[in-house]
Design a protein around this ligand. Sequence first.
Ligand code: 6PG
Length: 244
Amino acid sequence: MLVVSDLSAAAAAAAERIARRCEQAATSRGECAIALSGGETPRALYARLASDPFRRRIPWLRLRVFWGDERGVPPDDPRSNYRMARETLLDAVPVPDDRIHRMPAERPDREAAAEAYAALLRAHLPQTADGWPRFDLVLLGLGDDAHTASLFPHSPALRETRRAVLAVEAPHLRMTRMTLTPPVLNHARDIIFLVAGPQKAQAVRAVLEGPRQPDAVPAQAIRPVDGALVWIVDTSAAALTSRV
Ligand code: 6PG
């Protein structure tokens, strides 16, 4: 866990790691496939990536952009993770439109939409020996209830072992969601948790220092198979851990 002073410092540390990973992947395999997170916390990071030096440094033409999860709303809805990333990052950098893959979580045929997105991953990402699509980098956030992506406490999606993408319910949020599943997330080469704010302190402690119970603490389900994992956390979110 990398503990830094505030959200701005966390965004700077995450931007540096993302830039390095993108450069490495573009050099080693000609392309970098990343999965973006939603919510509020990544806004500062996306704004930083969209500004120099990262705007000049990152090989945007070689990026392929996906999402870790999406809300069941149209792309122009203010709650849309796609819209947020568009406005804070993608409209400011030259990633070709045909390399930006929005999650169509608002489609009424939700199962088919999830399967279609899984097919996109299979079509564009390298596959692991056991057939899972492999991201170069996955960015994740953490909810106050220790959910990540749209993997909520006690969700059947936490026990998924076959499918890469699922349409899930979020009744407490009165909306549906679409999410990548733990096996896909855990086969990534690099996973970054970006977490900030005192309201996250209980969840951070539960995930990193609490008893192992991923069904109740979903972010504990994120354990890379053979990739790297880093928690970039500000002091207020790390306040209840032994690290501060
Ligand atoms: C979403 C996210 C979700 C998010 C957490 C934290 O669609 O909401 O992908 O998993 O990362 O809810 O959200 P905040 O950064 O807004 O606290």
